[in-house]
Design a protein around this ligand. Structure first.
Ligand code: ADP
Length: 267
């Protein structure tokens, strides 16, 4: 019996570094998320943690694929693949019927149209602006002195959604500070923040055109209130990826497996 083929994918994002180690291209044997991204110690720490969790070293990996905003700067990468391709790869492996992927990370909103053959047909991305992204949610959480992971629970306690009229993160931040000092309840402000994110994302997804099955990935997929606001606004069911933030790293690890298997076959 031949030994298992281990590969690793690393997704170096603007906000977080993520790793997935795969055995034979399908079984996840380790995963890690370090909440700091490109240009920090995050990528090295994410890799060290994932490898240590499965009792392997980098030299046990048949191939290493890097993706994400910081993919060009990972010294142990065998090759690099764009985050669009890696997200599509990871999500298609989990949801073979997917036709639209909404990926919201720290600084990007990506909407992808996927063909029945799992090819990326078209995509839309936000401009260089934090509106509607994880960064927007992080800035607002900081002003409200709450954790980003607690926003969905807080938002679900709202009785009245406050209108946040500015799309710009900096102006919206001032608006939230002023409403807060005026005595507006935090859950109502959080509801307004979620509505602002949903509006921004809906605009982008509608320009791409939506086709079911719709899957949401990226860190913001963990915010269940944003997901349900998007479902209502788009009028479709949205499935959230169980890997969420890790879909890009998962896709990268699959690409690494394909490359390693090809090389093995050619040897
Ligand atoms: P990137 O690839 O750009 O680094 P990620 O896909 O890792 O981005 O997503 C990072 C974002 O995910 C953060 O900005 C944050 O808003 C959101 N996030 C991370 N963890 C959680 C959580 N537990 N609940 C809600 N949102 C989260």
């Amino acid at each position: 019996m031949s030994a298992n083929l281990f590969t690793v994918g690393i997704d170096i994002g603007s906000t977080a570094s993520k790793c997935v180690v795969l055995s034979d291209g399908k079984d996840i044997v380790a995963r890690s998320v370090i909440p700091v991204g490109a240009g920090t110690t995050g990528p090295a720490r994410a890799m060290a943690q994932a490898l240590s969790d499965c009792g392997k070293t980098i030299s046990d990996m048949a191939s290493v694929c890097s993706t994400g905003y910081g993919r060009h700067s990972f010294p142990d990468a065998t090759f690099e693949v764009s985050e669009l391709s890696c997200h599509a790869k990871g999500v298609c492996a989990l949801f073979p019927d997917v036709r639209t992927i909404i990926d919201i990370g720290g600084q990007d909103i990506k909407a992808m149209k996927i063909g029945p053959d799992h090819r990326l047909i078209n995509f839309m991305m936000n401009d260089k602006c934090a509106a509607g992204t994880g960064r927007f949610l992080e800035v607002m959480a900081r002003v409200l002195e709450v954790q980003v992971a607690d926003l969905s629970e807080l938002g679900s306690k709202s009785t009245k959604t406050v209108d946040i009229s500015s799309t710009c993160t900096v102006f919206a931040e001032s608006e939230v500070i002023s409403q807060l000092s005026g005595g507006v309840a935090i859950p109502d402000l959080v509801a307004g923040i979620h509505r602002s994110v949903a509006r921004r994302v809906v605009g982008l997804v509608k320009r791409l055109g939506i086709e079911e099955q719709v899957v949401m990935s990226g860190g913001v997929a963990k915010n269940t209130v944003v997901v349900s606001r998007l479902e209502s606004a788009l009028g479709v069911k949205i499935v959230t990826s169980p890997l969420a933030q890790l879909d890009g790293a998962f896709g990268a690890a699959i690409f690494a497996h394909e490359k390693a298997a090809e090389q093995l076959a050619a040897a």
